[in-house]
Design a protein around this ligand. Structure first.
Ligand code: ATP
Length: 545
């Protein structure tokens, strides 16, 4: 579904790459923890999935679409098909919880009646039905993050990217967030979560992808926070520690946190108790089996996840997840990678904007650093030359089965290890496109005040089981259509956006901003005329297919 082929990303010409020769694939329904020291490239990788910055080398494909070849005017639509959650929530401060979530639906032109129903349902699922009229500053950090997640999933994205979503939360609030993310994943959404939270990673025992100085050094199914002893990542990091003057046997951690390893054996022990897993894509896993799919009920999900913690783990039982040190402390003590710290350039504070928007920065053009023909050759020969390019030894690499159906993220069966019938119906009542309200009409006429519920207290809607596959939401349908359309219209996809002729028949759509949040929400500031133009461009072509 998401594939990085030998991707390198430089923010500054001549500087160190934020990502270097990264080859990794995330499949439909995956739940992946992306870990690594500060500055190792996690956020960069997530942003690149959002097409915030293109690789100078290599190729990124999402649902079969090469992002470098995506037309610029399709980028906003593409980004809206992906949910994104940030550490700092990024709710709109002048809008209520309800409005923040409704806003995401208005942007895609959902009918007002659908908006109200769907927003209330999602807010109920994340436990915020009683806070719909509160403003972000009137609720807790955990509640803000749940609202942000509700906003991210309200349009039923096929992919949810979460950049340290628990980084600002206490353990209990973090665990609430994780319950929701598990539930979202169990509904079929691919979840990729960058995190420094050792306790959560160890407890959930999901796939772990580890970056180190921009390189992928571990891809482990059912992984734990620390690399298994003797693995490539472990050896690499141990060697670096020794070279930097640390003793190898220091309890100080490999890579990220000054916390003793406590749960490395827990996942393995748990996995030994489990049967063989179907659909595992990782041939390198040191802990071969994934836990049973989480229960749709948050509490049971929690219980499931605690069950596989052995007595070695200090967070057994019903006590909330308590990391060895507070999240803030973890971050403070994190950079054991001293060499990386020394080499860290005094950049402006990293944010979601690309370097092109960073004043004063030496800008690396988005175009490939190599001549296009060369890059094409490199792409074509990627598979053949992979062995000679990758740093990771064969036994720690992942091989990915070619899946022709990947081009369509919707035509999927339940994710591996997840029985859809047992999962809450995140998409079960996804709204359908209504002929009564066209996208621009609903945006033009939408009145949030009218949408806002009368009362704060609403009866939670219990999740409904999905009878078969999850139903297709507007967003998922659009994502599928977007890629199918790109693929079926070779003249478009064969040509990079920048090459599009000036006299193209489609009206111009404002360029997306660099950040995901801005890209998503600045669109709503378009005039009605711009939206009409956008619609003519998008839906006109669909009609002509
Ligand atoms: N906009 C930018 N301009 C220039 N350099 C950047 C930019 N964003 C990130 N970098 C650099 O790219 C490298 C990777 O940064 P990135 O934010 O991806 O790391 P990270 O693993 O997400 O870190 P953290 O855990 O602290 O969030 C770092 O060296 C960082 O300084």
């Amino acid at each position: 579904m998401i594939r990085f082929d030998q991707v390198s990303r430089y923010y500054q010409s001549g500087g160190k790459p934020a990502l270097e020769d990264v080859t990794v694939e995330f499949n439909r329904g995956d739940f992946v923890f992306l870990i690594g020291a500060s500055g190792s490239g996690k956020s960069t990788l997530l942003r690149m999935i959002l097409r915030e910055g293109l690789p100078q080398r290599g190729k990124i494909t999402v649902a079969g679409q090469n992002l470098a070849r995506m037309l610029e005017r399709r980028v906003p639509e593409y980004r809206r098909s992906i949910g994104m959650v940030f550490q700092d929530f990024r709710l709109l401060p002048d809008k209520t919880v309800y409005e923040n979530v409704a806003f995401a639906m208005r942007v895609i032109g959902a009918p007002r009646t659908q908006i109200r129903k769907r927003v209330m349902k999602i807010l109920s699922r994340v436990g915020l039905e009683h806070l719909t009229k509160r403003y972000p500053h009137e609720i807790s950090g955990g509640e803000q993050q749940r609202a942000a997640i509700a906003r991210a999933i309200v349009n039923s994205p096929a992919i949810l990217l979460a950049d340290e979503p628990t980084g600002n939360l206490d353990p209990r609030a973090a665990e609430e967030v994780m319950k929701i993310l598990r539930w979202i994943n169990a509904s079929g959404t691919t979840v990729i979560m960058a995190t420094h939270d050792r306790a959560i990673v160890d407890r959930m025992a999901r796939r772990v992808v580890q970056l180190h100085r921009g390189k992928l050094v571990r891809d482990q199914q059912d992984g734990s926070y620390d690399a298994p002893e003797g693995s490539y990542a472990w050896e690499l990091l141990t060697k670096e520690q020794e070279e930097s003057g640390l003793r190898a046997h220091d309890p100080a951690p490999l890579l990220t946190q000054a916390v003793p390893m406590v749960a490395v054996g827990a996942a393995a022990e748990h996995n030994q108790q489990q049967g063989p897993e179907q659909g595992s894509t990782d041939q390198n896993s040191t802990a071969p089996n994934r836990p049973e799919p989480d229960s749709p009920e948050p509490d049971s999900a929690d219980q499931n996840s605690t069950e596989h913690n052995s007595t070695e783990h200090p967070h057994d039982g019903e006590a909330p997840l308590e990391p060895e040190v507070a999240p803030g402390d973890q971050r403070d003590t994190e950079p054991m990678d001293s060499a990386a710290s020394l080499e860290h350039e005094p950049d402006p504070a990293p944010d979601e904007t690309s370097v092109a928007d960073s004043p004063g920065a030496e800008v690396v053009p988005e175009q490939p650093m190599e001549p296009p023909a060369e890059q094409e050759n490199a792409e074509d020969s990627a598979a053949a030359s992979a062995d000679s390019h990758r740093v990771i030894p064969r036994e720690f690499r992942v091989t990915w089965p070619e899946d022709a159906s990947d081009a369509d993220p919707i035509e999927s069966s339940s994710p591996a290890g997840v029985d859809a019938a047992d999962m809450p119906a995140l998409d079960g009542e996804a709204f359908e496109e209504s002929p009564e309200a066209t996208p621009q009409e609903s945006v033009e006429t939408a009145d949030l005040a009218a949408d806002e519920p009368e009362t704060d207290a609403l009866t939670p809607v219990p999740p409904k089981p999905i009878p078969g596959q999850p139903s297709r939401s507007i967003t998922q349908s659009r994502l599928a259509w977007l890629f199918q359309s790109e693929e079926s219209q070779g003249t478009e996809t064969d040509k990079p956006a920048a090459d599009e002729p000036a006299g193209a028949a489609r009206p111009e759509v404002p360029k997306p901003r660099a950040s995901a949040s801005e890209a998503s929400y600045s669109d709503t500031r378009r005039t009605a005329e711009q939206l009409r133009a956008s619609k003519r461009g998008i839906f006109g072509r669909r009609g002509s297919r």
